[in-house]
Design a protein around this ligand. Structure first.
Ligand SMILES: *Cc1c(COP(=O)(O)O)cnc(C)c1O
Length: 383
């Protein structure tokens, strides 16, 4: 193969996770698949098409470039909603292709009205409310003004939704803040409806809120991390396992990141391995070189820390992770040969390398590690 590693994405695992997640919702609650950050590292194009075959028809992205990538593979088969960055230059592309987008400034709304008039097509907007996260939502005054703007220009807008985002639903530490946000959201929505604004859908919940705050589900939920098989936090996982009768994790990971043994070498006791003196062979060692390094997303902080799987055994990383190569100790593993499959993340036989172990060691969050998997590693769909 051309590439020194590849990332397999499991169709059956995704279908399983989506079934589990939909079972947490009331019938009729819409499921939006959040695929920002290159589908949390899974690849927007590959993951988007796969999710579509699993029955997903609504996608949330962060920016216009992500919307564009998904639109290229799904065209008008699914709804695409931009939750963040959209430049004035892309507004007419978005409108022309029925891409929905968040509005969190009056300028955005005024620009959208202009484009809507020139294209003679309504802008499909979601009013994103500031309820306490203090990031990007519309403030109370802006909401009032936006409502007037919309009501005064019939035909220019379709209010596809009113949204907000919780500041940390994955930890009960934030319980008061989250419930206050929901209260504030509800009050604002009621006042908008009283003014006569037609709102197609109310949505607030991310993965953690889906699990911990069922009252936030409303008309639609926006689920990211859990569809990929990861829990938003250990707390949300333990909370679920505490009430579940089944003792096994209901989520399955989609990713298997694979490479292979590029070179094997016997290193005599006492020699240092790799750059510098961070690792010294305490006995004669068999060392395998793997053609993946920090340029391929394998963090340098996993030097002398990480583990990979070879022939269903764990092999520890020895020495410093290089730009394109890392070395592992395969001394005790029977029959290791050149070209043997190596698992950097995922499973082989009964062994797993979890993102959690991986990211604990490198002190990265699940979310961060996944989204940092380089775009140019090929994603391959498997069953
Ligand atoms: C990322 C994001 C989500 C999904 O969050 P998860 O924790 O991955 O489920 C939902 N809504 C917004 C606005 C987001 O930015």
């Amino acid at each position: 193969m051309f590439y020194s590693s590849s990332i397999e994405i499991s169709r059956s695992a995704l279908a399983h996770n989506i079934r589990f997640l939909k079972a947490q919702l009331k019938p009729g609650t819409r499921f939006s698949s959040v695929i920002k950050g290159n589908a949390y590292g899974h690849g927007i194009e590959e993951f988007g098409q796969l999710a579509y075959t699993c029955g997903v028809d609504h996608f949330s992205v962060f920016s216009a470039d992500e919307a564009h990538r998904l639109h290229q593979v799904l065209a008008n088969k699914a709804t695409i909603m931009i939750m963040g960055y959209l430049d004035d230059d892309e507004l007419s592309w978005a409108l022309a292709h029925d891409i929905e987008f968040y509005v969190f400034s009056i300028e955005r709304l005024e620009q959208a009205a202009k484009v809507a008039r020139s294209l003679q097509k309504p802008a499909r907007v979601h009013l994103d409310l500031e309820t306490g996260m203090n990031r990007i939502g519309l403030e109370a005054k802006e909401v009032a003004y936006a409502t007037e703007l919309i009501l005064n220009q019939p035909g220019a807008f379709e209010v596809m939704g009113v949204s907000t985002h919780f500041a940390g639903a994955e930890s009960s530490e934030n319980h008061d803040r989250v419930t206050a946000q929901l209260d504030r959201y509800r009050r604002t929505v009621r006042s908008l409806q009283q003014k006569g604004l037609q709102i197609k859908s109310l949505h607030t919940a991310c993965s953690a809120a889906v699990m911990a705050y069922p009252e936030t589900h409303l008309d639609m939920v926006r689920v990211g991390i859990m569809q990929y098989g990861f829990w938003p936090s250990p707390e949300i996982y333990q909370r679920y396992m505490g009430v579940s009768t089944d003792r096994t994790d209901p989520l399955k990971r989609l990713i298997n990141w694979k490479s292979h043994v590029m070179s094997l070498k016997l290193v005599p006791a006492g020699e240092f391995i790799g750059y510098g003196k961070s690792f010294q062979a305490s006995s004669d060692m068999l060392i395998a070189a793997i053609p993946v390094g920090y340029a391929w997303g394998y963090s340098r902080s996993l030097s002398n820390q990480g583990q990979v799987l070879v022939r269903s055994h764990r092999a520890p990383v020895v020495g410093i992770v290089n730009m394109n190569v890392l070395m592992v100790d395969v001394t005790g593993i029977p029959d290791v040969s050149l070209k043997d499959e190596v698992i950097l993340l995922g499973k082989q036989g009964n062994e797993h390398i979890t993102v959690a172990s991986f990211s604990e060691l490198s002190t990265q969050l699940n979310y961060e590690l996944l989204t940092r998997l380089p775009m140019n590693i090929p994603r391959i769909i498997v069953d």
